[in-house]
Design a protein around this ligand. Structure first.
Ligand code: FES
Ligand code: FES
Length: 158
């Protein structure tokens, strides 16, 4: 067992991990972050996406020990003071949530896209979301939701 310390959703956390434990397992089973979903468990579906040091990653293939001293954002850290993030609002308004299983990962990748681009075109959005599988095939609604989120964020900055 190794003790690791990192910043999770803006808070300092300390947790003991085994060398073979993934970040996904530690987030869900030791830190209660069950919004991070397990799909394939092999880095192929994007359901387990979290933001690790400003980049979206598949937490099912990241050893937990790797985040020692770093920063991780899960879906639980996106809303502030009980208010949804504009990306979350946009996903609801655009009808981009069907069964919801892939949604936390897609929303976090959407955040990473909008942190990188002010006004991404559809090709860029498609490209950046290419690692996400949605069994409900809500891809078009994802693109609409992200475009709507761009408008919401522009409005907030006025
Ligand atoms: Fe991690 Fe599928 S559960 S990529
Ligand atoms: Fe069901 Fe994507 S909304 S898997």
């Amino acid at each position: 067992m190794q003790e690791i310390k990192f910043i999770l959703n803006g808070e300092n956390v300390t947790v003991k991990v085994n060398p073979n434990e993934t970040l996904l397992k530690v987030l869900r089973e030791k830190l209660g972050m069950t919004g991070t979903k397990e799909g394939c468990g092999e880095g192929e579906c994007g359901a387990c996406t979290v933001i690790f040091d400003s980049r979206p990653v598949n937490s099912c293939i990241i050893p937990a020990a790797k985040v020692n001293g770093k920063e991780v954002l899960t879906i639980e850290g996106l809303s502030k003071n009980g208010e949804l993030h504009p990306i979350q609002e946009a996903f609801i308004e655009a009808g981009a949530i069907q069964c919801g299983f892939c949604t936390p990962g897609v929303v976090l990748s959407a955040k990473a896209i909008l942190d990188k681009y002010d006004d991404p075109d559809e090709e860029t959005i498609k490209d950046e979301l290419s690692g996400h599988l949605c069994r409900c095939t809500g891809y078009l609604q994802f693109y609409d939701a992200i475009k709507l989120a761009v408008e919401k964020i522009k409005e907030m900055k006025k």
